[in-house]
Structures are given as C-alpha cells and as structure tokens.
Design a protein around this ligand. Structure first.
Ligand SMILES: C[S@@+](CC[C@H](N)C(=O)[O-])C[C@H]1O[C@@H](n2cnc3c(N)ncnc32)[C@H](O)[C@@H]1O
Length: 285
C-alpha cells in the first residue's frame, strides 16, 4: 500500500493523528523535498526532527528520485507499506497525481491522508477562498528567460474581480550550468523567491506588456512562513510591500481583487499604517 501523507505547514507536530499512525506502521518512508521547504528540517546531527518523532529513518525524495525512480517507490509499495510524505497537503498546489495514477495502473492500493495547505491557509487574511481566480506561479527570471504567463492569468482574474494567489519559485537541487556541460552533476545552492523579488518581476512585466493589469498602487497581501510560530501576514500596496523584509522563506503573495465589506474588515488588521502593521499575527499561529 502506498500512503501519501500531508504534513501540514508548520513543523513536525502538524501531522494528523491518522497520518502519524500510518507512518509508524510503514516499512519505508520517503519525503518529497523539492516543492516545499523542510522547516521540519534535517538537523545537524543528521537526524531530522521527523525521524526523531517517528523513530524511523526517512529517505529524502528529491525531484530526480520522484521523476526518475518512482518505479522503485512503487515496487516497494507493491510488497509492503510505503509512506510518501508531502509538506502541506498532497494535492494542494503541487499535485502528486502522477504517482497516484502510476500506482493505480499497477493495481497498487493508495491511501491519501490530507492536511492543511498554503491554498487554504491564506484564508487567514480574510479574503474569501471562493473569491479567488486561477493560482499563478512566479518563476525566477534569468538573463535570458523571463516567462510571463502569469500576467494573462492575473489579467483574467482581475477582470472578473477575483483575487490571485501567486506561488513563488523554489529552486532546489538545480544542476549548475557548468556541471551540465561537463556531464557530472553539481548543484546550485537552494533558492526560495521572496515577496520583494516577486513584486519586482510582476512590475517589470506590467511595464513591458503595458495592459494596466496592476500597478504599484495595487493592493496585495504578503504571507511568510504560514503555520509557523513566526508567520507574517501584511497587507499593503505593491509599493509598500516591495521594501518590507518578510524574513525567512517560504513566501507567497495575493493580489487583491474586488473586496466585500466583510473581507475588508478582516484585512484591515493586516494593513500597514505608516509602515507599521496594526496587528502582528504570530500569536494566531
Ligand atoms: C508548490 S507549493 C507547495 C504546496 C504544498 N504542497 C501545500 O499544500 O501547501 C509551494 C509554494 O507555496 C507557497 N508556500 C508553501 N508553504 C508556504 C508557507 N508555509 N507560507 C507561505 N507560503 C508558502 C510558496 O510560494 C511555495 O513556493
């Protein structure tokens, strides 16, 4: 049996009771480590807090492993109970449907155990989840690659008065250009996009495309480390948020659409007034 288990957003204590029970009875445990940040952490003694909690070793499944060695995970799941852990929810933002489809085609039983996702945690700012349009991803721009497909989607959402969740790029285990040329893999240090970079890139694209989809005065909400004790949530214009230090990753950004008075009332608590938020939200984590 293949158990696909959501770990939630904060730390190792956010696994559900049902999830923990499943992990404890599995013969092998993998953790997906490329679409989210392990604030759950691999500690310096080499044993992660998760491994301590479960009393079991965990294999880090990076993108290469999940994409190239899924067969190994699946053949183990055919013979025994295997846990595949995902930070957040297994089907929140990053869908692990590929693994599920492959398992089902091989007649391997799959059990999914849900958890909180960034997709619902953003509800804390008061913007109603059912008033969002399509979620977009903002990739890191390079000198030669500046993809802007998010722009059309944001335009559509805004034309309908809907909010837009922007998920920000994560670069983990990216091979260096040099190593690709030499055929021997070496990796860039991990990079997590900050809200400031995302806003810079969004404004750059607006400048280039010029379709007046948003501008520096457009209202947004920035979120950092949702679900952690020190989560940070601030509402302000793009200009205001551009200079805020949101601290350590992970970050995401919401571009606010048309608001209902009830949404406004809640959002007000997170608004920057004279550069200072009315409320620090860490106590609600
Ligand atoms: C591809 S999604 C992974 C979603 C995860 N499976 C879930 O259900 O939450 C990763 C992106 O979501 C956003 N994100 C994930 N966790 C976050 C958190 N705790 N606080 C703020 N943003 C977060 C970041 O923009 C990050 O790059």
């Amino acid at each position: 049996m293949l158990f696909i288990i959501g770990l939630g957003l904060g730390d190792e204590r956010d696994i559900t009771v049902r999830g923990l029970e499943a992990v404890k009875k599995c013969d092998k445990i993998y953790i997906e480590a490329y679409t989210s940040l392990l604030s759950f952490g691999l500690s310096t003694d080499g044993l992660s807090t998760l491994e301590k909690l479960y009393g079991r070793p965990i294999t880090l499944a990076d993108r290469e492993m999940v994409e190239e060695k899924a067969d190994q995970i699946l053949s183990e799941a055919r013979e025994s109970d295997v846990a595949f852990l995902v930070v957040g929810d297994p089907f929140g933002a990053t869908t692990h449907t590929d693994l599920v489809v492959r398992a089902k085609k091989l007649n391997i039983q799959v059990k999914v155990i849900f958890n909180a996702s960034v997709m619902n945690a953003i509800g804390i700012c008061g913007l109603q989840l059912y008033r969002y349009g399509e979620t977009v991803s903002v990739p890191f721009f390079t000198e030669t690659w500046r993809p802007d497909s998010f722009y059309g989607k944001i335009k559509k959402n805004r034309s309908l008065g809907l909010h837009t969740l922007c998920l920000l790029d994560i670069r983990v285990k990216e091979p260096t250009l040099e190593s690709l040329c030499r055929g021997r893999k070496q990796y860039e240090p991990p990079r997590y996009m900050k809200i400031n970079t995302a806003i810079e890139q969004l404004l750059e694209v607006e400048e280039l495309r010029g379709e007046s989809v948003y501008n520096e005065d457009t209202h947004c909400v920035g979120f950092a480390r949702l679900g952690s004790e020190d989560q940070m949530i601030l509402a302000g214009t793009m200009r205001q948020l551009l200079t805020v230090d949101f601290g350590a990753p992970l970050h995401c950004l919401v571009i606010v659409g048309e608001t209902h008075p009830v949404e406004e009332e809640m959002l007000d608590f997170y608004k920057l007034t004279d550069g200072v938020p009315r409320q620090n939200d860490s106590e609600t984590a």
